[in-house]
Design a protein around this ligand. Sequence first.
Ligand code: FAD
Length: 353
Amino acid sequence: MKRLVVLGGGYGGLKTLLGLLENQLPDDIEITLIDRNPYHSIKTEFYTIAAGTSAEKDVRLDFPDDKRVQYVYGEIDHIDTENEEITFSDSSKAVPYDYLVIGLGCEDNYHGIDGAREFTNSVQTFENARYTGLAVCNLKAYGKVSVVGAGLSGIEVASEIRESRPDLNIRLLDRGSTVLKAFDSKIQEYVAEWFTANDVDVIHHANVEYVEKDGVCNNGVCYVNDVTIWTAGVRPNYLVRELPFSKDNQEKIMVNEFYQVPEKKNVYVLGDCASSEFSPSAQLAGQQGEQLAEILFDVLRDKQPKKPGKIKLKGTLGSLGKSDGFGNMMQKPMTGLLPRIAKSGVLWLNKRH
Ligand SMILES: Cc1cc2nc3c(=O)[nH]c(=O)nc-3n(C[C@H](O)[C@H](O)[C@H](O)COP(=O)(O)OP(=O)(O)OC[C@H]3O[C@@H](n4cnc5c(N)ncnc54)[C@H](O)[C@@H]3O)c2cc1C
């Protein structure tokens, strides 16, 4: 028997699994997918959970029901690449592997800022996004929310909360001189105007010094607030950071063109955990998963895998509430209802697949 274990049923892990299952696999392959949750989490929609505007069941999908796959649901606490087994935080039995795929995603990067881990809410896991949603929805009228970080997730979180709770005082702390640093200037201006029109206070050149239970201190000024949401950067999952493999300057594992770890050729890494020329995204993790499925299909049949083709990313789409948005479509910056409809369309298609 060849035991293939996939860690994480997120965008990368699930696409790897689906790609493999499309094929006629040899009988001697045993596939196990391990995740803490008994469903695939649609992480790109977590901002709606954090704002309390989506039902939880709309932001998850069942894993494929296929007799060739076993599922183990539990909290992984160690990836033992010496003894080739996965262990759990409770007393569950360790899961051994012959081939391992690691797609465990990322977690918040607090950049060593005092109080940030203890006193901020997160959108990086389903559980954390739920707590954030609870904290936001339980706010009394005119409560104060600060969102730290004005990248894609910060913008989506702040605008979704604004649309659902016009009474709240919302502040967005942006490290740069303009929101959405990675996007076209037309999009940056549009989004900045949206925040002005919708009464979200955007503070540029933010440099958060510390966070307390009741507020966030930035550039010598402490803002009192009820909920602080952290969207100011991510790093790979700690389980991956602990592995004894070479990493890039963002702590992601170096892999070769086959997503293989050079030091351990039976270990493959993808998505937010793997070093890449591209910024981390669900789109990237999904495409890598499709390629890895083809590679593994060959490897598991003792064939030399073909070199994967170039990754071709389509533009990123973002939302400003339910009926406004922005993004790059056909290499053009677009704003307004059209990119918002496109974003919903992409979500619908992904759910169907
Ligand atoms: C609010 C928000 C909006 C975003 N919007 C976009 C967008 O519009 N477009 C885009 O392309 N990207 C977007 N992203 C980024 C995107 O979600 C990630 O890049 C993507 O999910 C990475 O995929 P992955 O497969 O590497 O990891 P993930 O999809 O995060 O999957 C990791 C899996 O590992 C499991 N796991 C982790 N740790 C453990 C453990 N210890 N034990 C057991 N299981 C574990 C998790 O439950 C999860 O299922 C957004 C992210 C956020 C937070």
